[in-house]
Write a protein that binds this ligand. Structure first.
Ligand SMILES: Cc1cc2nc3c(=O)[nH]c(=O)nc-3n(C[C@H](O)[C@H](O)[C@H](O)COP(=O)(O)OP(=O)(O)OC[C@H]3O[C@@H](n4cnc5c(N)ncnc54)[C@H](O)[C@@H]3O)c2cc1C
Length: 531
């Protein structure tokens, strides 16, 4: 762990505080260099981050036959009518430049015999455009390179095991963060005053019982920004990965989409290829369609399996070493046996609303990566567009902060230790376990109005039973996601309502919501239950 100063005696003002040490956070810190940056990460950087687990890669329209228009068209198609086209065009246009940056930071992307970047195909992409590393090792390799680059950059101070719990606000202005050291177990909390805060805390997977995300992806940054008054966008849109390994592990290991890209097929226990009955693209249909197809087979008791034996067979260990390792650990030989799979929460399209420069609705707060909602994913993310989004917007935030840093305060704020009695203990676990079960049951692949209203009532009870700041952040995220899902009376992208199973034109728009608005929806829902 690289604590480069004793935090308890820290009395200065941090220029920029980055919350999170995943791809978005580290890339932003590197891009800000040589400007001084403090990265606060709840886990050692390179661990506890979805970024390190990415198996596919980064989408970039850089082959001869590909174009920005084609990548944009695929992004719009996947997003089911609510992508912000201008922002998405800007993102896909920048992909080549950001891949160049990553190469400069030392990421060993796969190359062909002539030294050109090797590009592969993933579901819902019309061209081969996924930049990968050694098959399914992209996330790990990218993070290894960035962690090394960050550790070699003297302007970046990394404080690991610091769990940020709150934003410090002065009116609409975000003036720093409050964090609890020692992996959140310390009694004392430390205030970090800063001129700019960049929230890069990742997704919401661990609000659910079945997820591919690491424990740290718990919606805490989303919750604390909402509590500080930030506008949240599209919180109801959650992407379920259709093919997590169904072997009873938490988090659930992922069987990458690239397997289906290589021709692996989904079958039930009878060997029937059920996706062909559901969508003309079969296994390569959009993720939400495949997730519902897999869910339906499981619910009908027919089982769901990813059969790689013919398409990949003996190449499996060398081409997909990560998935092969997971299978081996679970006693499955994917060369000869179909892999049992289930849908799992994988990605959150919603989050803190940002503009094209990554600015949130609160002055002094920027957001990048999965915690942000830039509008590029609409109601459903195109595979491998999220790592791209992380680097594009992290880079823009760095440029924006360089050009627009809020005026420095004339008097330095003394950093303070905020005395706190709300020490996080194991007692958090039952409430969190209950919340996760609730979210999987009522805010999962299939939702309906009655279940969502009851979920909101239960969330309210859970919040009353546990008022600790860290839990309140998580409950706030869950409450806003569920309130937005109740309000959106249609089905679109990652949001499927059995009581409103088709898209409705009136709802072909994004959701924007403050915590106060969510509270009003909750109040109305509770009145409905009591009536
Ligand atoms: C298994 C898996 C495979 C994936 N494959 C791909 C893929 O191939 N291509 C693709 O584009 N996308 C993929 N994704 C999605 C992609 O990995 C994520 O969207 C992206 O990595 C998010 O990056 P991030 O920096 O926003 O968050 P993360 O990488 O999750 O990092 C978040 C950071 O914030 C820290 N943190 C969280 N809360 C706090 C707090 N309160 N205080 C301090 N620190 C905090 C965490 O410790 C971590 O350091 C995949 C996701 C998973 C789970």
């Amino acid at each position: 762990m690289s604590e480069t100063f004793p935090p308890q005696s820290w009395t200065g003002i941090d220029d920029v505080v980055v919350v999170g040490g995943g791809l978005a956070g580290l890339f932003c810190a590197l891009k800000l260099s040589p400007r001084p940056v403090t990265v606060l990460a709840s886990a050692p950087i390179g661990r506890g981050a979805s970024s390190a687990w990415a198996q596919g890669g980064i989408a970039a329209a850089i082959s001869d036959g590909d174009s920005i228009d084609k990548h944009l068209a695929d992004t719009l198609e996947a997003g089911a009518g609510t992508v912000d086209e201008k922002i998405a065009r800007g993102m896909v246009a920048e992909a080549g430049a950001r891949i160049e940056d990553l190469l400069r930071y030392g990421v060993p992307f796969d190359r062909d015999l002539e030294g050109r970047l090797q590009l592969s195909r993933e579901a819902a992409h019309s061209e081969n455009r996924i930049v990968r590393v050694r098959g399914d090792m992209a996330g790990r390799a990218i993070m290894e390179a960035l962690v090394a680059a960050v550790r070699a950059t003297p302007s970046i101070r990394v404080l690991e095991g610091f769990v940020v719990e709150e934003l410090i606000t002065e009116g609409r202005y975000v003036a720093g963060v409050v964090a609890r050291p020692n992996f959140g177990k310390a009694r004392k909390r430390i205030a970090f005053s800063s001129r700019a805060v960049v929230m890069c805390s990742g997704g919401v997977g661990h609000l659910y019982a079945v997820t591919t995300n690491p424990f740290e992806a718990s919606g805490s940054g989303f919750g604390m920004a909402a509590r500080a008054g930030a506008v949240i966008a599209d919180p109801e849109f959650v992407q379920f990965h259709p093919t997590a390994l169904d072997v009873g592990l938490d988090p659930a290991p992922l069987a990458t989409e690239a397997l289906r890209g290589e021709g692996a097929v989904l079958v039930n226990r009878d060997g029937h290829r059920f996706m062909l009955d559901i969508h003309p693209d079969g296994e390569l249909a959009p993720r939400d369609v495949v997730a519902r197809g897999v869910f339906a087979e499981l619910r009908a008791g027919r089982g769901a399996f990813l059969d790689c034996t013919t398409a990949i067979g003996s190449h499996f260990p060398t081409e997909f070493p990560t998935v092969y390792g997971y299978c081996q650990a679970a006693g499955i030989d994917p060369v000869r046996q179909p892999i049992p799979v289930a849908p799992a929460v994988h990605y959150h399209m919603g989050g803190i609303l940002t503009d094209a420069e990554g600015r949130t609705t609160l002055d002094g707060l920027w957001a990048a990566g999965e915690v942000a909602s830039t509008g590029v994913h609409g109601a459903n993310r195109l595979a491998s567009n999220s790592l791209l989004e992380a680097v594009v917007f992290a880079s823009r935030i760095a440029a924006n902060i360089q050009g627009l840093l809020p005026s420095p305060k004339l008097t330095p704020w003394p950093a303070s230790e905020t005395p706190s009695d709300d020490v996080v203990t194991e007692e958090d676990s039952p409430a969190l376990t209950a919340l996760r079960s609730l979210m999987t049951a009522q805010m999962g692949v299939l939702r309906d109005g009655e279940g969502l209203a009851r979920a909101l009532a239960s969330i309210d009870q859970l919040e009353k039973s546990n008022g600790r700041t860290r839990f309140v952040n998580l409950v706030t995220a869950a409450r806003m996601m569920t309130a937005a899902a109740l309000r959106r009376e249609e089905s679109r992208g990652g949001h499927y309502r059995t009581d409103f199973p088709v898209p409705r034109e009136a709802w072909r728009r994004r959701t924007f919501m403050t915590l106060n608005e969510a509270d009003r929806i909750v109040d109305r829902a509770m009145e409905g239950i009591e009536a």
